[in-house]
Design a protein around this ligand. Structure first.
Ligand code: NOJ
Length: 747
């Protein structure tokens, strides 16, 4: 169900009547988003707001200051238009939920929606009415620090969870207290920054843009997202902030978006740095013409739009269109009716409820990569002692992750704290930091760590990356565990004490040679405020792990980009093909190792595939069925399978549906996620899980850039990861009337 805001005549009339009363200077003021002054109203901001030179403010979260700013805007400025108050409420506000990549690992739209709603409630109490979230960039390069902010590598998963986040932030009625206008960002292609270096160039063929990068944004527009932010990056030679094809043709004309488009921070003057324009004036012109409505932080609109209008280079009609987009958003938010922020109007949510939600979200986000040693879950009754080792075991700040401007580390519960509470006095907890930080190369703490592990029944290692190693502008060229952590793992494992590794990080790490050293490994992302209780719940079996990877985990950095929905190539590698590079005979003939699309030293497979995640029980998948075996649009096919919990306790599983379009007019991915469902299964119980696909689910953009589903055979899999083996097939038949080209236009 979508809640797309409708451009009602009443809203349009209101926008028009406000617009008609504005001078050109006041109109331009509405197009300026200024940075706040951090807990007070600076003289310059006071004047700017009073004189109608600013229409929106970001980074102001003190309710008194926000109210004063709104008062000035409404009472002292001639036009009396309230302000948008923006903030990066990315994965929580004071209460921090898992980073978006972690939330994506829950594969649970309802939960993602609940986290966004809770964050919106907390943030609205301060007067913030606009969040710069969700990030809908596709994250296929884990070197890129902002992969932490994405909803993973897959358009279907990111689209579904992005929609859920928007529902959570905006609700059904954006004008109700406690709601935030959401912002789909960064439009578009930002995730494909070359070499995973932030802000870098992107070169994305249109067909790839349309089939991979744009779909989550299109879903966001359909879900009624109020605003869109441009990307910093250069897309195929035209930076996104001046890309009229993206901002007009696609966003407005094809998708019908009527909210506001904001630039990213200073991305307008940076058009000159890209080399697209000569200076600020031309940058303002390029951005305004291309379709940016509101300028964040920089002042090229304020400085140049008026004279550009006078010279006739920007039409007044364009200015009116920009202002209308801003005003429409303000009207939808109900700002004209709600001038003051009154925290008592915001629906109350008890702290305990919020913390419980943070704990559930963290629990569902954590992925059990393996438990080859069979050491989990731990049973406190049969343990004498446990060693808790690592710099992330007891760090209330670092477990929160990137973008936590307002996060309160004082609320954090750490793993050490939660384990102590859970095991009580009966179990000795031996602590050692091992290394000062995850980046440190100082091994002087190893002895203490080894000592702690040696004397314990089990060792728990809390390693990974502090939050500073991911997020905006925090990219890494080598995504192995930083510092001497690999050596620390080896040293602890050599004690022979059963060891479980918990990794907290803002990106998938290259873990070859690491996870094999330990009995069990959990990937926890940055789990947020309730990291500790969530991890203790899982480690000690109070809950079963149920997270699934929203990104592929490579063996080594050089495999990047590696993702499940790749195309086949003409020479696909045989699964499992890997050459022992040392064993290659000197002067071997060129063909001796095979001519296929794999790395000699890493093969073709990742270390853990997209969708992977184990539980303390096993799930058996059987009896896949398709009904009917062939269908014709507008019909659909039902794909179902039995999922049995073969274990002895209740557990949740994320059932995944993948398809392959065997022959296409353009080559299609070897597997594409087309559906997923989180189900709870009792021990011994079998559930029949059923998905329905119609032609629009099978559609893609072809060579002519039009979306179509092509008749033909499809393979379909149901299972617990992108490696699912239970397969069937169906046929999409041509529509009876036919399209003339044997294809079905859709969506
Ligand atoms: C720059 C970031 O790219 C964007 O995501 C963020 O919303 C703005 N700064 C505002 O902080």
């Amino acid at each position: 169900m979508t809640h797309a805001p409708v451009a009602t005549p009443a809203i349009e009339q209101r926008v028009r009547s406000i617009l008609d009363g504005l001078s050109l200077a006041e109109k331009i003021g509405q197009l300026c988003l200024a940075n706040g002054s951090g807990g007070h109203v600076s003289e310059s901001l006071r004047h700017a707001v009073a004189e109608g030179r600013v229409g929106a403010v970001l980074n102001e979260v003190d309710p008194g200051t926000v109210n004063e700013l709104q008062r000035i805007a409404v009472e002292e400025s001639r036009a009396g238009i309230p302000l948008l108050i923006g903030r990066d409420v990315i994965h929580g506000f004071r209460t921090v939920f898992p980073i978006p990549l972690g939330q994506a690992a829950t594969w649970n739209p309802e939960l993602v929606e609940a986290c966004a709603r809770a964050a919106a409630l907390e943030a609205s109490e301060t007067g913030v009415n606009w969040t710069f979230a969700p990030v809908l960039d596709i994250g296929r390069d884990p070197r890129w620090g902002r992969v932490a902010e994405t909803l993973g590598e897959d358009p279907c998963l990111a689209g579904a969870l992005g929609r859920a986040a928007i529902r959570g932030f905006q609700g059904e009625d954006l004008s109700r207290p406690g709601r935030l206008a959401a912002c789909a960002k960064h439009f578009a292609g930002y995730g494909a920054s070359e070499a995973g270096r932030d802000y870098n160039t992107t070169s994305i063929p249109e067909i790839e843009l349309r089939n991979v990068h744009l779909p989550p944004f299109e879903e966001a527009i359909r879900a009624g997202v109020a605003t869109v932010m441009t990307s910093f990056s250069d897309l195929n030679g035209v930076p996104a902030t001046a890309n009229d094809w993206l901002l007009r043709t696609v966003l407005r004309e094809e998708w019908g978006f009527d909210g506001l488009v904001v630039s990213d921070w200073s991305s307008i003057p940076e058009l000159a740095v890209h080399g697209l324009t000569e200076g600020d004036r031309e940058s303002a012109l390029a951005a305004a013409r291309a379709g940016v409505d509101l300028e964040m932080a920089s002042t090229t609109f304020a400085d140049h739009l008026a004279s550009l209008v006078e010279e006739g280079r920007v039409s007044e009609a364009r200015i009116d269109e920009m202002v209308a987009n801003v005003l429409r958003t303000k009207v939808r938010l109900g700002l004209f009716e709600r001038r003051r922020t009154d925290p008592t109007e915001v629906p109350a949510q008890e702290t305990a409820v919020r913390l419980d939600l943070a704990r559930t979200a963290a629990r569902q986000s954590i992925v059990l990569l393996h438990d080859r040693g069979g050491i989990l879950p731990l049973h406190p009754e049969s343990l004498g002692s446990v060693a808790v080792i690592g710099p992330l075991a007891d760090d209330p700040y670092e477990q929160l992750g990137t973008w936590i401007f307002d996060g309160d580390p004082g609320q954090s519960r750490t793993p050490l704290d939660a384990i102590r509470e859970l095991v009580g006095d009966a179990v000795e907890v031996r602590c050692a930091r091992g290394v000062a930080t995850t980046r440190s190369r100082d091994v002087s703490g190893f002895d203490e760590a080894v000592e702690a592990a040696r004397g314990a029944d089990v060792a728990l290692l809390f390693l990974g990356e502090e939050s500073i190693l991911s997020g905006e502008a925090h990219c890494r060229a080598d995504i192995r565990l930083p510092g001497v952590q690999e050596e620390l793992i080896a040293a602890v494992a050599e004690t022979g004490t059963p060891t479980a590794l918990v990794l907290m990080a803002g990106r998938p790490l290259a873990l070859q040679g690491v996870v094999e050293r330990v009995g069990a490994a959990l990937f926890a992302w940055h789990p947020g405020t309730m990291a500790g209780p969530a991890l203790a719940d899982l480690l000690f079996g109070r809950a079963c792990p149920s997270g699934k990877l929203p990104v592929t985990i490579p063996k080594v950095t050089g495999q990047i980009p590696i993702y499940h929905a790749h195309r086949n190539t003409g020479r696909p590698a045989t699964p499992g093909a890997i050459v022992d590079i040392e064993a290659i005979e000197p002067r071997s003939p060129q063909t001796s190792v095979g001519n296929a699309a794999f790395h000699l030293d890493a093969g073709i497979e990742p270390l853990f595939p997209f969708g992977h995640g184990l539980s303390y029980v096993s799930f058996a998948y059987r009896n896949i069925a398709v009904e009917p075996a062939g269908f014709r649009p507008p019909g659909s096919v039902a794909v179902s399978a039995d999922v049995t919990n073969t274990g002895s306790r209740e557990a949740e599983e994320v059932v995944q549906l993948y398809v392959r379009d065997l022959v296409g007019s353009v080559t299609r991915p070897v597997r594409e996620l087309k559906g997923f469902r989180r189900v709870r299964v009792a021990p011994g119980e079998t559930l029949r899980v059923r998905f329905e696909l119609d032609a629009s689910d099978l559609a893609f953009h072809g060579r002519d850039m039009r979306r179509r589903a092509e008749p033909g055979r499809f393979h379909v899999w149901i299972g617990g990861s992108s490696d699912a083996q239970l397969r069937s097939e169906f046929e999409l038949l041509p529509p009876v009337s036919g399209s003339g080209q044997g294809t079905t236009e859709s969506g």
